[in-house]
Write a protein that binds this ligand. Sequence first.
Ligand code: FAD
Ligand code: NAG
Length: 497
Amino acid sequence: MSDSVLQASNEQRRRLNHEADVVVVGAGIFGCAAAFALAKQGRSVLLLERWLKEPDRIVGELLQPGGVSALEKLGLAHCLEGIDSITVKGYEVIYYGQGVEIPYPMNAGAANGDTQEYTNEKGGRPEGRAFHHGRFITQLRKACASQPNITIVETEVTDTVTSTHNPQVLGVVSRTLNPATGEKEDDFYFGQLTIVADGYASKFRKQYIGKSPIVKSKFYALELIDCPLPSPNHGTVVLGDAAPVLLYQIGTHETRALIDVPEHCPTASVEVGGVRGHMRNVILPSLPKQVQPCFEKALEDGKIPRSMPNSFLPPTTQLEKGIVILGDAMNMRHPLTGGGMTVAFNDVVLLSRLLAPERIPNLGDTAAIQKAMKEFHWKRKRLSSIINILAMALYSLFAANDRQLKSLQKGCFEYFQKGGNCIDGPVGLLAGIIRQPFILFYHFFAVAFLSIWIVISDTVGGLLGLWKFPVAIEQSLLVFWKACVVIFPFIFSEMRS
Ligand SMILES: Cc1cc2nc3c(=O)[nH]c(=O)nc-3n(C[C@H](O)[C@H](O)[C@H](O)COP(=O)(O)OP(=O)(O)OC[C@H]3O[C@@H](n4cnc5c(N)ncnc54)[C@H](O)[C@@H]3O)c2cc1C
Ligand SMILES: *[C@@H]1O[C@H](CO)[C@@H](O)[C@H](O)[C@H]1NC(C)=O
């Protein structure tokens, strides 16, 4: 059969028989990219999405340079164009009113042809992009719709179909709206491999992974109009007495504000005006002066701001037959560092390489898939473990709620103020540019030792304070202990299979 005849018959098999090589559940960030990458390799793909209307969500609005790099490798970088996206050149961290600018570092990644490394097609300083999530998703879905090897269906997947004589997944059951009757009807889709990417509230996680996400705070969102940021084209992080606030421009006129509200936050309790009270009384005065009027205006509409849980879910090796669960359904970290989409796109680059037809001609070969998924689990860590650990550890420091964490937070800010490698390293890790986990370890403990030094000098304060030395030692041991407590559990969570 010629390629075009094969392509047409595959299309018919998808449309009429609901059969494909791969069934992808969820046309979100991961699902679209995975469907596109596998289709480009010649696989026949069914992409199932419960809601094809442009989503209106407060997630996935800032893509780090490491994610842009992966999109380029997938041939999807054009999806960032034509959506009024904003170039991101780095971060601005504001600590009790004092700011430090942290630009993305010049290409620190090795250009050795390894598909897992950071590359920058455009050259120059690495750049990220910020945008309205829904517009970006629409672009990704359009790219899939125009791929002849993908058929997109609007249908809500409700269950998996499992073979009767062994536990192999053969496809999915779903409910599709019948436009003629206006009723939802059961539907079936079959693939040699089912890839589930149904997001943070995954329906299939419990059954196939068995872990549940841990949620300790929520992000509440506001949209600010024509807001002058202290450092345009930089993601802004505001630190102070409250948990962190993020500000980044997502369109010519719109700026997203994400306000982290920890569970049981006393200033956000109902008696003192709830989350809106918290925003007005605690957050508003802590923001840079020029941001305050827009923030106040955004609060005026009187509605409770939209929110999303900030989840932590360490990764799991996928050894089921005929099915893999990926994206947020499998692994999540606090969105403070905007790393979710970067992990997802880089996972797709790696996954498509490991599942390439040259390696696995038949996706029904469950033993070969299991082997590939084991390799995937460990290889993805070069990038994902950094982003996961950094997000969780940085959140602990930025939302500091005890004396030792406050010391580490201060140390972290003074570390950034030193500039040079003290900012290039940390932001290179956060951006998905540097992919060596040891470098994270190094900077984290450099911050811890700087914090200890600050504690000692603040406590002793000079020769006359030498008698306070024992107190200073005690304090520094506590800070060091805290630093270990902050980072090691997340490191261990990455070392398990
Ligand atoms: C508050 C917040 C802010 C964030 N900000 C950023 C950021 O700035 N940068 C960043 O990189 N990451 C960010 N993230 C993380 C990022 O949004 C996720 O990592 C990313 O969207 C995960 O992609 P996914 O494809 O796994 O899930 P999603 O993108 O959520 O896609 C899941 C898709 O599956 C569909 N679906 C679900 N169930 C079914 C079903 N039963 N049948 C059919 N379809 C179904 C959904 O409709 C959806 O289209 C943020 C997260 C949060 C919570
Ligand atoms: C679609 O799949 C065929 C094999 O069925 C392959 O030859 C072709 O390159 C693919 N098309 C595109 C546009 O990727």
